[in-house]
Design a protein around this ligand. Structure first.
Ligand SMILES: CC(C)(COP(=O)(O)OP(=O)(O)OC[C@H]1O[C@@H](n2cnc3c(N)ncnc32)[C@H](O)[C@@H]1OP(=O)(O)O)[C@@H](O)C(=O)NCCC(=O)NCCS
Length: 146
């Protein structure tokens, strides 16, 4: 794992919720992040710079599989490769935990995330029509971790 990425804990829930609120229209409460991170089957990886969280991803683990539950990059830090570095750092941590396949779903309308996931080696495995509250289709994607 790259030195600037670290595992996050329930103490990071406030910073995660604040960054998530800057990245998504429907924010998740800090208490939800804290509760999720207290569960054994969760893993969160993030990057801090000058004491501020600039990216993180949260995974649900059911070995040998894992799912990306949410992932975001600070708006001012986008399009500089941070998202790709985050996924790569997380994948090396997941591999250590015997995860061999990683899943996610992404809105068909989310061009940035789709480009990022394609670049990170994910392939489309299916679709769920009108899956999201705004009516967008979900694209299901997966990649193997070796
Ligand atoms: C999706 C997100 C994490 C991408 O983070 P990022 O740090 O900008 O990603 P990267 O800089 O690593 O970009 C990876 C690739 O995606 C491409 N990309 C990034 N933004 C893009 C956009 N708006 N449209 C098309 N491609 C885009 C980049 O060009 C890059 O490919 P390249 O190297 O060939 O140019 C970020 O936009 C974000 O936090 N969005 C809001 C939250 C979100 O939608 N999360 C995903 C939920 S499924």
């Amino acid at each position: 794992m790259s030195a600037d990425f670290q595992l996050l804990s329930p103490e990071d829930a406030g910073a995660m919720a604040a960054l998530h609120a800057r990245a998504f229209d429907e924010p998740w409460p800090q208490g939800d992040f804290a509760a999720l991170l207290r569960q054994e089957a969760m893993l969160a990886v993030g990057c801090e710079e000058d004491g501020a969280l600039v990216s993180f991803a949260l995974f649900g683990l059911v070995a040998p599989e894992a799912e990306i539950l949410t992932l975001c990059v600070e708006p001012a830090r986008r399009n500089q490769g941070e998202g790709l570095r985050l996924i790569r750092a997380a994948i090396s941590l997941l591999a250590v935990r015997k995860i061999s396949r990683l899943f996610l779903d992404v809105a068909q309308t989310n061009a940035a995330a789709r480009a990022l996931y394609a670049k990170a080696g994910f392939a489309e495995t299916g679709r769920r029509p009108r899956y999201y509250r705004n009516g967008a289709d979900a694209i299901l994607m997966a990649r193997d971790i070796s």
